[in-house]
Design a protein around this ligand. Structure first.
Ligand code: SF4
Length: 395
């Protein structure tokens, strides 16, 4: 089925749906938690495993939200489910579509908070950039999200819900009985949106387990990349408990510079981080760790930086993603020149490291790397400020 027609650049806003009910949302529960919740709410224990499997498939394989449509369940059981439970995903507040097809969604989660999610279509694949926190625990100085204080961690429901919301928008749910269509518009997930995923480990883990489940959304672990700024104690655990690919927000080759760009470096410096990465059990030549390196003019982009980076990566199955800096309002940095970025990449490639230069996507809608922030928050503030200044609010 064709995905819904993109309308370039316009901000499509969507009316607010009814406020969330006090029903239990089944989205985001692990299989065990779902089974337990069904038992606690009236499903006989000896049936619970089978019911769990059936409901799981309806929710995650077929994208069904209405219990009445779960036709392999008895009518009265469906009625009981509808009374106590709901299948709810984050609500789309607005959607912007870039000239290059990139889609940026602003979604509302419980408590009225908003996070941004970005879908990047490419030839033969499509990547969803998923957020894990409202705002961020950290304050990386090149990142727009870093200027937004942490409001809270997203729940597993709100993380997997972003994937489900995007599949809705892309009409990507398979049709029951229709021949299996292997092409996927949403084929990859990167945990590179708002927030530091390893400061929300359990929810990220549970959400990705649901996404990887073979009887649901069925995205393999090698199609999921988790990006961390360097929460060293959780790196090994990522391999053990999630098993996805790993990326590191590296961005500098000296502690002095990285302390400024990625302040978590003051807690776990380059040496400690690289030691943890050398031990990363999942790192192999076919599953290299991605080192993200934002190219900042006259900050971290010299030939010497490139040569130092080569030395630092020694012994780690690695590739480097060079990210031309995407400016945002008030950003204290400038993007390196294309020649400088190419020169930097050449030194890495000559040393044997794949170092693709990332093509900025969705810049025209502030959807590129490091540009995400709940812009609505700031916009609304300024409107409120305007009203306050105009004394409008007093009326
Ligand atoms: S780069 Fe990542 S960890 Fe750093 S402030 Fe931005 S969202 Fe947070």
């Amino acid at each position: 089925m064709e995905p819904s027609a993109p309308i370039t650049q316009d901000v499509m806003t969507f009316p607010r749906k009814e406020t969330p009910s006090d029903k239990i949302n089944l989205v985001g529960l692990t299989r065990d938690a779902l089974r337990q919740t069904l038992i606690e709410n009236g499903t006989p224990e000896k049936q619970a495993k089978m019911r769990t499997g059936q409901i799981w498939q309806w929710i995650y394989q077929w994208g069904v939200r209405d219990f009445a449509e779960m036709t392999n369940l008895a009518k009265d059981y469906r009625a009981m489910l509808a009374e106590k439970f709901e299948v709810r995903v984050p609500e789309v507040v607005s959607k912007q579509v870039s000239e290059d097809g990139t889609r940026k969604y602003l979604v509302r989660i419980d408590g009225g908070h908003e996070v941004e999610v970005v879908y990047i279509p490419e030839e033969g694949r499509g990547t969803l950039c998923v957020s894990s926190q409202v705002g961020c625990t950290l304050t990386c100085s090149f990142c727009h999200t870093g200027t937004q204080k942490l409001v809270r961690n997203l729940t597993a429901a709100e993380i997997v819900g972003q994937v489900m919301m995007a599949r809705d928008d892309l009409n990507e749910w398979p049709e029951r009985g229709a021949p299996k269509d292997e092409t996927r518009l949403l084929s990859n997930i990167v945990l590179m949106g708002m927030g530091e995923p390893l400061y929300n480990f359990e929810n990220v883990r549970d959400a990705m387990k649901i996404v990887m489940d073979a009887e649901g959304i069925q995205l393999g672990r090698r199609r999921i990349t988790l990006s961390t700024s360097g929460v060293v104690p959780e790196i090994h655990r990522t391999a053990e408990e999630i098993g996805c690919l790993l990326a590191v927000s590296f961005h500098a080759t000296t502690d002095e510079t990285r302390d400024v760009l990625v302040p978590i470096n003051k807690k776990w410096n380059i040496e400690k981080l690289l030691d943890a990465l050398r031990e990363y059990p999942k790192a192999t030549n076919s599953e290299r760790i991605t080192f993200e390196y934002v190219m900042l003019k006259d900050v971290n982009d010299t030939d010497e930086d490139a040569r130092r980076l080569v030395k630092l990566l020694d012994g780690i199955p690695a590739k480097v993603n060079l990210i031309p800096f995407n400016e945002w309002p008030g950003a204290p940095y400038k993007r390196s020149s294309n020649n400088r970025i190419r020169a930097f990449a050449t030194i890495l490639m000559q040393a044997g490291y794949a170092s693709p230069i990332r093509t900025p996507r969705g810049e025209d809608i502030m959807a590129a790397c490091g540009q995400l922030k709940s812009a609505t928050e700031r916009a609304r503030k300024s409107r409120r400020q305007i009203e306050a200044e105009a004394g409008l609010q007093a009326q």
